[in-house]
Design a protein around this ligand. Structure first.
Ligand code: ATP
Ligand code: OAA
Ligand code: CA
Ligand code: MN
Length: 662
C-alpha cells in the first residue's frame, strides 16, 4: 500500500482497476528470493507437527547387572513401568474393596497415549462380601515425578490461582489455610507408640486410634481415586546416605507436587528406577474435608500420622507446609531411634569447615541467617546430627517472603525464579511483578525453591560436627541482649524453653507481645519427650566442644510499639563475629535476671545496643519488662523440673539452675 497525494491509500498502480494480480506461488529461479529457503516441515498433519516438537526423554541408564553381591536380574523397561504402577496402585488401594485402582500413566488430556493399566489385588481384610463398585471401573491417571515445566503447565491449566510471575516463579494460593494447623494434628496411639511417644499436656501429639486413622485414610484415598489424575512424587529425605528415607507423596495438585519436588531430595533417574517400595507415604487430599462426625475430629481439617503403617493423611488443608513438617515429625521419631538427633535448625559452613546451627521458632531467622553469601548453605530448616556430623533432611528451602528485599536478602531474592513455588504472594495483575510487602492474603507468604538455587549451597548437604550452636529468639519485649554467650547448662535451658515472642496481630493497632515457648524450638514436630532431644544435644555439644549463643533478632530500645526490630545488618555482624571466632575472645559481663554473658564490643555493631538497658529511655519499664519475661520463663519451665536430662544428675541440676534468677 502507498499513500497518494490526497492522503488516501491505494493499492499498487493498476491493480485496483484491473483486479489483484495473481500471487506468485512458484519460486522464481533467479537467485534473488532467499527469504523462505528453510526446508518445509516433515509433518503431513498438525498432529504430526506437534509430535515433532517434543523428543522422547533420553532413556535412563539400564540397571547394571553386577552391583552388589546379589546381582539383580535385568528387567525390561516395560516390566519396570509395570512394577512402578503396581507399587502406586498398592499405595492407593482402598482397604475396604478388593483391588487397587486402575492406573494409567500420563496426562488424561493426552488421549493418544497408550494406557498402561495396573491394579493389584490385596487382602488386608478378609472381607466376605466383595462387590465391585463404580470406582473400580474407572481409571486414574498417574502423573509420576513430573518435571517443574510439566507441573507449571498442569497448575496453570487446571488450578485456579496459579500464575507465572515476571521473574518466572509459579504463584499459587494455598486456599483457606495459609499456615499449619497444629491443633488438627493426630497421631495414632497403639501399644508401641503409647509408651514411646510424648503424650499429654504440652505435647503436640493428640491421640487418635487406628480405626479412625483408617476411616480418614479411606476418605483420602477414595477422594484421590475419584479424580481423573493424581500426582505421585517418589523422593528422598536426609542427605546422609546411611540414613536416607524413601518417601512417596500422592497429591491432587500440581502445586503440591512441585512444592515437594523442591523441598525433598530429588532422585537421579537411576535412583528412581531402583526406588522400590517407599518407607513412608503421604496421602494429601487437602481440598477435601474430614468428616466432623468422625471420632477425634474437632474441625474439618485433619493431619493424621500413623507410625506403624508409615503413612500420613491430610484432609481439609492445602497449606503445603503440612507435608514438609509432617515428614519432619516422622524424622523426629525415626532418627532418635538410631541415636541421631533431629533438629529444627538452619545450618551453614565456613570456608574452613566450621559449622553453625541456627535454632529458632518460625520467623526468628533460621532461613535468613543461614543463607549467608560468605558461607556454604547446608540447609535452612531441618537437620540431623549423627556420629558422622550434620546432614540436611531436605532438598530445598522454604523462605518467608514478607517484606523481602533485594539488598537485605539477595540470595533469597535471586532464588525466586523459574521452578520456585510462591505461596500466597500478591502480584500486579498485568505486569506480574511481585509485591512482597502486600499482606492481603496472609503475612505468612513463602517461597519454596530447590537448595541449589542458592549459589553457595553445599551439595551434598552434609558437614562436620558443629562448632557453634546459635539459639535465635525474636524477643518482641526488647529485653534480651542482641547476643549473649551461654554455658552448656544455659544452652540446654534455652533449648528446652524454646522461647520467642512475636506480636499478636497488626490489624487493630499496637498489641502486647505474645511470649511463645516451644520445647526444642519445635514442639509442634517433636514426637518424644523434649528431654530426650535435650540430652542428645548436650551430649553432642559436650563431645564436640560446641559453643552455645543466644541471639535476639527481635526488638531493641523498647518493646514492640516503642522500640524497633534490631537491624538485620547488625545481626549479621554479630553472626559473623561468632563464625570467625572473634566473639569468643571478646570481653564479657554478666546480665542481671537471665545471668548470661554479654560482650562489650562487636565489630560493626554500636556498643551501646549490646546491653539492652542502654537502649531503653524508661529504665523502670525496662526492669519491669525484664522481670515479667523472666517470670514467664520460670512458669514455663515448671513442667520440666521433675525430669532428668540424660544419665547425668549433675547436668539436670545445672540446667534447672541456669534459668533466670531473681
Ligand atoms: N535482625 C533480624 N534478624 C533476622 N531476621 C530479621 C531481622 N530483622 C528482620 N528480619 C526478618 O525476619 C524474618 C525471619 O524469617 P525466617 O524465614 O528466617 O524464619 P525461620 O526461622 O526460617 O522460620 P520458619 O521455621 O518458619 O521457616 C525474615 O523475614 C527477615 O527478613
Ligand atoms: O512449617 C511451616 O509452615 C514453616 C516453618 O518452617 C515453620 O513454621 O517452622
Ligand atoms: Ca525457614
Ligand atoms: Mn521451620
Amino acid at each position: 500500500m502507498a499513500a497518494n497525494g490526497n492522503g488516501e491509500f491505494s493499492f499498487g498502480k493498476g491493480t485496483a482497476r484491473n483486479g489483484l494480480s495473481k500471487i506468485q506461488t512458484q519460486k522464481k529461479n533467479n537467485g534473488i528470493c532467499h527469504d523462505d529457503s528453510a526446508p518445509p516441515v516433515k509433518a503431513q498433519t498438525i498432529d504430526e507437527l506437534h509430535s515433532l516438537q517434543k523428543k522422547r526423554s533420553a532413556p535412563t541408564t539400564p540397571i547394571k547387572g553386577a552391583q552388589g553381591p546379589v546381582a539383580a536380574p535385568p528387567i525390561s523397561d516395560e516390566e519396570r513401568q509395570k512394577q512402578q504402577l503396581q507399587s502406586i496402585s498398592a499405595s492407593l488401594a482402598s482397604l475396604t474393596r478388593e483391588t487397587g485402582p486402575k492406573l494409567v500413566k500420563g496426562d488424561p488430556a493426552r488421549k493418544s497415549e497408550t494406557p498402561k493399566v495396573s491394579h493389584v489385588s490385596h487382602n488386608y481384610f478378609t472381607c466376605p462380601t466383595i462387590s465391585v463398585s463404580d470406582s473400580a471401573l474407572k481409571f486414574t491417571h498417574v502423573l509420576y515425578n513430573l518435571s517443574p515445566a510439566e507441573l507449571y503447565e498442569q497448575a496453570i491449566k487446571y488450578e485456579q490461582g496459579s500464575f507465572i510471575t515476571s521473574n518466572g516463579a509459579l504463584a499459587t494460593l494455598s486456599g483457606a489455610k495459609t499456615g499449619r494447623s497444629p491443633r488438627d494434628k493426630r497421631v495414632v496411639k497403639d501399644e508401641t507408640t503409647e509408651d514411646e511417644l510424648w503424650w499429654g499436656k504440652g505435647s503436640p501429639n493428640i491421640e487418635m486410634d487406628e480405626h479412625t486413622f483408617l476411616v480418614n485414610r479411606e476418605r483420602a484415598v477414595d477422594y484421590l481415586n475419584s479424580l481423573d489424575k493424581v500426582f505421585v512424587n517418589d523422593q528422598f529425605l536426609n542427605w546422609d546416605p546411611e540414613n536416607r528415607i524413601k518417601v512417596r507423596i500422592v497429591s491432587a495438585r500440581a502445586y503440591h507436587s512441585l512444592f515437594m519436588h523442591n523441598m525433598c531430595i530429588r532422585p537421579t533417574p537411576e535412583e528412581l528406577e531402583n526406588f522400590g517400595t517407599p518407607d513412608f507415604t503421604i496421602y494429601n487430599a487437602g481440598q477435601f474435608p474430614c468428616n466432623r462426625y468422625t471420632h477425634y475430629m474437632t474441625s474439618s481439617t485433619s493431619i493424621d500420622l500413623n507410625l506403624a503403617r508409615r503413612e500420613m493423611v491430610i484432609l481439609g488443608t492445602q497449606y503445603a507446609g503440612e507435608m514438609k513438617k509432617g515428614l519432619f515429625s516422622v524424622m523426629h521419631y525415626l532418627m532418635p531411634m538410631r541415636q541421631i538427633l533431629s533438629l529444627h535448625s538452619g545450618c551453614n559452613m565456613g570456608k574452613d569447615g566450621d559449622v553453625a546451627l541456627f535454632f529458632g521458632l518460625s520467623g526468628t531467622g533460621k532461613t535468613t541467617l543461614s543463607t549467608d553469601h560468605n558461607r556454604y548453605l547446608i540447609g535452612d530448616d531441618e537437620h540431623c546430627w549423627s556420629e558422622n556430623g550434620v546432614s540436611n533432611i531436605e532438598g530445598g528451602c522454604y523462605a518467608k517472603c514478607i517484606d523481602l528485599s533485594r539488598e537485605k536478602e539477595p540470595d533469597i531474592w535471586n532464588a525466586i525464579k523459574f521452578g520456585t513455588v510462591l505461596e500466597n504472594v500478591v502480584f500486579d495483575e498485568h505486569t506480574r511483578e511481585l509485591d512482597f510487602s502486600d499482606k492481603s492474603v496472609t503475612e505468612n507468604t513463602r517461597a519454596a525453591y530447590p537448595i541449589e538455587y542458592i549459589p553457595n549451597a553445599k551439595i551434598p548437604c552434609v558437614g562436620p560436627h558443629p562448632k557453634n550452636v546459635i539459639l535465635l529468639a525474636c524477643d518482641a519485649f526488647g529485653v534480651l541482649p542482641p547476643v549473649s554467650k551461654l554455658s552448656l547448662a544455659q544452652t540446654m535451658y534455652h533449648f528446652i524453653s524454646g522461647y520467642t515472642a512475636l506480636v499478636a496481630g497488626t490489624e487493630e493497632g499496637v498489641k502486647e507481645p505474645q511470649a511463645t515457648f516451644s520445647a526444642c524450638f519445635g514442639a509442634a514436630f517433636i514426637m518424644l519427650h523434649p528431654t530426650k532431644y535435650a540430652a542428645m544435644l548436650a551430649e553432642k555439644m559436650q563431645k564436640h566442644g560446641a559453643t552455645g549463643w543466644l541471639v535476639n533478632t527481635g526488638w531493641s530500645g523498647g518493646s514492640y510499639g516503642s522500640g524497633n526490630r534490631i537491624k538485620l545488618p547488625y545481626t549479621r555482624k554479630i553472626i559473623d563475629a561468632i563464625h570467625s571466632g572473634s566473639l569468643l575472645k571478646a570481653n564479657y559481663k554478666k546480665t542481671e535476671v537471665f545471668g548470661v554473658e554479654i560482650p562489650t564490643e562487636v565489630e560493626g555493631v554500636p556498643s551501646e545496643i549490646l546491653d539492652p538497658v542502654n537502649t531503653w529511655s524508661d529504665k523502670k519499664a525496662y526492669k519491669e519488662t525484664l522481670l515479667k519475661l523472666g517470670g514467664l520463663f520460670k512458669r514455663n519451665f515448671e513442667t520440666f523440673t521433675n525430669y532428668k536430662i540424660g544419665k547425668d544428675n549433675k547436668l539436670t541440676e545445672e540446667i534447672l539452675a541456669a534459668g533466670p534468677n531473681f
